[in-house]
Design a protein around this ligand. Structure first.
Ligand code: PLP
Length: 360
């Protein structure tokens, strides 16, 4: 089990307490306000979580300026992604319409997994040389298809941490027909500081019937283990998605932790600034070592490793540091989660020692 975060103290990774930089978690740990809310909720945990879920939905609706009917809570945003894909596929099939999923490659693969489980073909469109979405190629993939195309677009993207500017998505959505659906995964949106970002929530609020946005409490809010996510879409869509969600899905502890975190602006700022400091530590080291990296807008960095990423992962593991992995189309690149600044300081020391050995 990793030790609790102690700001200012450099961790000593060991077999029992490795530095975990492999799953895009948030190593600063949950907000103290969230932890208190969880502890206080335990005495009520023998009841179903209706009231706590309702309070969270009300708070989220207020936060985004939408009605509660625009929202669906998930057991993590993974469940929202699953239900959205299932509902859209089921609906297309009930109209005798063909359906395909169009995704950039590489990207986060849950939509793909849920589509494949239903026998839906998946069109994977490679990223451009700058590791950005090849929008024209994705549009062509839909234009040449007689049926419904579901675009799964992760913004910022995972594993590259790249941003797709709002203008690009806006033009794409504006030009779309009802044979195109946009599933916009904004799991990392709260880390973005670049003003070019526009959330898909804007288009949901504008009444678009072919857009759904998913978000999560797993990243900025550091609640990955409590499983709270949500989707925003037009009320008629939310009703369809809800038919595929398990009832009472968000557990009571997760709901109260999410509500407390949502109200804790101080924690949110600490979370963003911690990631910004960690990113600066890592990118400075990568620059010094001449290892290329993609501009990161999230809590991870996609960077080059000279040599085999698998071997590099194993050598880091031997130092009790678990780093992320390679993705098939980007050979020689590794996704590194930004842990705490102290963890990244230790990581950088080890990385530089690898350079001295000629390993990276
Ligand atoms: N979407 C993206 C892009 C992710 O990277 C992840 C988790 O890594 C998820 C969704 C799933 O998050 P959750 O914990 O909300 O299910």
């Amino acid at each position: 089990t990793p030790a609790a975060y102690r700001p200012g103290v450099l961790p000593t990774p060991s077999a029992n307490s490795p530095i975990l930089l492999n799953f895009n978690e948030n190593s600063i740990g949950m907000a103290p306000s969230a932890e208190r809310a969880v502890v206080a909720s335990l005495s009520k945990a023998f009841r179903y979580p209706d009231d706590q879920r309702a309070a969270l939905v009300t708070a989220l609706a207020g936060r985004f300026g939408v009605s509660e009917k625009h929202l669906s809570l998930g057991n993590g945003s993974s469940e929202n992604i699953q239900a959205i894909v299932q509902a859209l596929v089921q609906q297309a099939r009930s109209r005798q319409q063909a359906v395909q999923l169009v995704v950039p490659d590489p990207t986060f693969n849950y939509a793909e997994l849920y589509a494949k489980a239903q026998g839906v073909p998946v069109v994977k469109v490679p990223l451009t040389a700058q590791m950005l979405f090849d929008v024209a190629a994705m549009q062509r993939a839909a234009a040449g298809f007689d049926g419904l195309s579901i675009f799964y677009l992760c913004n910022p993207n995972n594993p590259t941490a790249t941003l797709t500017p709002g203008k690009v998505l806006q033009d794409w959505v504006a030009a779309s027909s009802d044979k195109q659906f946009f599933l916009l995964d904004e799991a990392y949106a709260e880390f973005v500081t670049d003003p070019a970002f526009v959330s898909g929530i804007e288009w949901v609020k504008a009444g678009r019937q072919n857009v759904a946005v998913t978000r999560t409490f797993s990243k900025l809010y550091a609640l990955a283990g409590l499983r709270v996510g949500y989707a925003l879409a037009a009320p008629a869509l939310i009703e369809q998605f809800e038919a595929f969600m398990s009832l009472d899905n968000t557990n009571l502890a997760g709901a109260v932790a999410a509500l407390a975190s949502l109200q804790d602006k101080d924690f949110q700022q600490r979370s963003v600034s911690s990631v910004n400091r960690s990113r600066a530590i890592v990118t400075q080291a990568l620059d010094e070592l001449g290892l290329r990296h993609v501009p990161s807008h999230a809590n991870f960095v996609f960077h080059e490793i000279k040599g085999s990423v698998k071997t590099y992962q194993e050598r880091m593991k031997a130092q009790h540091i678990m780093v992320g992995r390679e993705f098939p189309l980007a050979v020689g690149w590794s996704r590194l989660t930004l842990g705490t600044p102290e963890e990244m300081t230790v990581f950088v020391r080890v990385l530089k020692s690898f350079r001295q050995k000629g390993w990276v």
